[in-house]
Ligand binder design. Structure first.
Ligand code: HEM
Length: 458
């Protein structure tokens, strides 16, 4: 009798209770496990900054040190980034070592991004108008933003309206890179190679002369990396964070809608402080860095600059979303480097990105009331679920928000397991392929080097 009660009543109740509790404890444990697995595979080559060796007070000084200049060569971590940014990571501006090729592409990127403010705003508004046409109800903000920034980048590079074919290729590539970086999907080299083939066919239509020291394939890889991967992924991610923060903080949203750009700038700054796009940027030291008489970071060390840790340090109540912290005199004392440090390869879009983000945010706020009840983390693997209600339409988000909250919790359980499995596989696969290490081990000059990033692995 007792056994029957145990099997038919107690056991199901216990199992149900465990199952119902999963969303509250499993995702965090799986994330912690993923971090441990990654550390295990990657080894302990990196020096965390800030950390035991470099205190937070010296973070910017060490980042800006002339010897903190190596970008890819000599770090196992680079194999992982090259894998995620294939094809053509060897021509991606972010990962090129200093030298003639780097100087040439960095110069061209600066020229491409040197658009007049009014023109940039107008282009951003036009792209937003198209992306938002007929959109309402539940959306994923990153998915909404990717086609917008695909068209924006295309016009920046080609100075003509973006054809449907190109927009789909660019958006497919960016979504694939973003998903694989977050380990919610494997990389799909077919999508990426198709975009590259398109760029190769259309190099002659780029609005500025491409560096003639590069082969056509290298030119296509450069454009692919800087403008059709990094620009689209970063802008979509930054806007998804900004809009999700506004959706989760209705009072901030209302104030941003009514205020001038100063308040919106504070909201952007606070969003990028709390959710910086870079988790870690690494550098390989090209010479010794002397910290004091007894401590030297030797040449060849891998420095891992931790943006979230730096942004949190010294900030009162650092996890609270509070745009007003950027209003007072204390703002200048906050650790805040959303676009990197000026002395060491900062983001070339540091001027343009806030201008066009502001313009697109105004378009969105002018058309919709935003609501969301999902969690907001830096990696945002859920792509920013959000309810868009056209302004002037009845606004009763209660039921949709309750649904979003429950769905988000449960999706998190499944997603965290997917991330663990796919992430482990990709980091292992990247270390197996050793794209970066093999590139630098090869004797072939840059121009004739085989393109290791094109190897298919999924
Ligand atoms: C809000 C949007 C963006 C943010 C927050 C951002 C952030 C950053 C940061 C922090 C770095 C420096 C990383 C390091 O020190 O290793 C960087 C580098 C870079 N970013 Fe951005 N970025 C954004 C948008 C863009 C856009 C629109 C482009 C367009 C081309 C772009 C292209 C690059 C490139 C090429 C680099 C490498 C620079 C170099 O090594 O010379 N970024 N970005």
């Amino acid at each position: 009798m007792l056994t029957a009660v145990l099997v038919t009543v107690v056991l199901p109740v216990v199992l149900l209770a465990i199952l119902a509790g999963l969303p509250w404890w499993l995702p965090a444990r799986v994330v912690a496990l993923r971090v441990r697995v990654f550390e295990r595979i990657n080894g302990d080559e990196g020096i965390p900054v800030p950390g035991d060796l470099v205190p937070v007070e010296r973070f910017e000084q060490v980042y800006a040190h002339p010897a903190a200049g190596g970008r890819s060569k000599g770090a196992a971590l680079s194999d992982v980034f090259w894998y995620w940014l294939s094809p053509g990571p060897e021509m991606h501006q972010e990962h090129l070592e200093a030298g003639g090729a780097y100087d040439a592409v960095a110069r061209l990127t600066r020229r491409m991004l040197a658009v007049r403010r009014a023109e940039a705003e107008e282009l951003a508004r036009r792209c937003a108008g198209r992306a938002l046409r007929d959109v309402r109800g539940l959306v994923r903000l990153r998915d909404l933003m990717i086609p917008l920034w695909a068209e924006f980048s295309y016009e920046l590079v080609f100075a003509e309206p973006c054809p449907r074919e190109a927009r789909d290729l660019i958006a497919g590539n960016a979504a694939d890179v973003a998903a694989s970086l977050k380990c919610t999907s494997l990389r799909h080299m077919g999508r990426r190679d198709r975009l590259n083939a398109y760029l190769l066919r259309n190099l002659h239509r780029v609005r500025l002369p491409l560096p003639d020291g590069l082969t056509p394939r290298q030119q296509a890889y450069y454009l692919h990396g800087a403008f059709f991967t990094t620009a689209v992924v970063q802008m979509s991610e930054a806007m998804a964070h900004l809009l999700l923060a506004l959706a989760r903080h209705p009072a901030v949203q209302e104030r941003a809608r009514k205020s001038d750009d100063r308040y919106l700038d504070q909201v952007m700054a606070e969003t990028m402080r709390l959710y910086p796009l870079f988790g870690i940027a690494h550098r390989i030291t090209t010479g010794d860095i002397e910290l004091d008489e007894r401590t030297t970071i030797p040449a060849g060390s891998v420095l891992c600059f931790n943006y979230p840790a730096f942004h949190h340090a010294g900030c009162p109540d650092p996890d609270r979303f509070d745009p007003d912290r950027f209003a007072g005199p204390g703002a200048k004392d906050l650790n805040h480097i959303p676009f990197g440090v000026a002395a060491n390869r900062p983001c070339p879009a540091w001027r343009l990105a806030p201008i066009v983000m502001r313009a697109v945010t105004r378009e969105v706020l002018g058309r919709y009331v935003l609501d969301s009840s999902v969690t907001h983390t830096r990696s945002m693997p859920h792509r920013g679920p959000c309810l868009l209600t056209p302004r002037g339409a009845p606004h009763r988000p209660g039921r949709a928000l309750a649904y979003l909250r429950v769905r988000d919790r449960w999706e998190d359980v499944w997603r965290s397991l997917v991330q663990l499995v796919l992430g482990t596989y990709m980091v292992w696969d990247a270390r197996r392929l050793r794209l970066c290490e093999r590139h630098f081990a090869s004797d072939a000059p840059e121009n004739t080097h085989a393109h290791p990033g094109s190897r298919h692995s999924s």
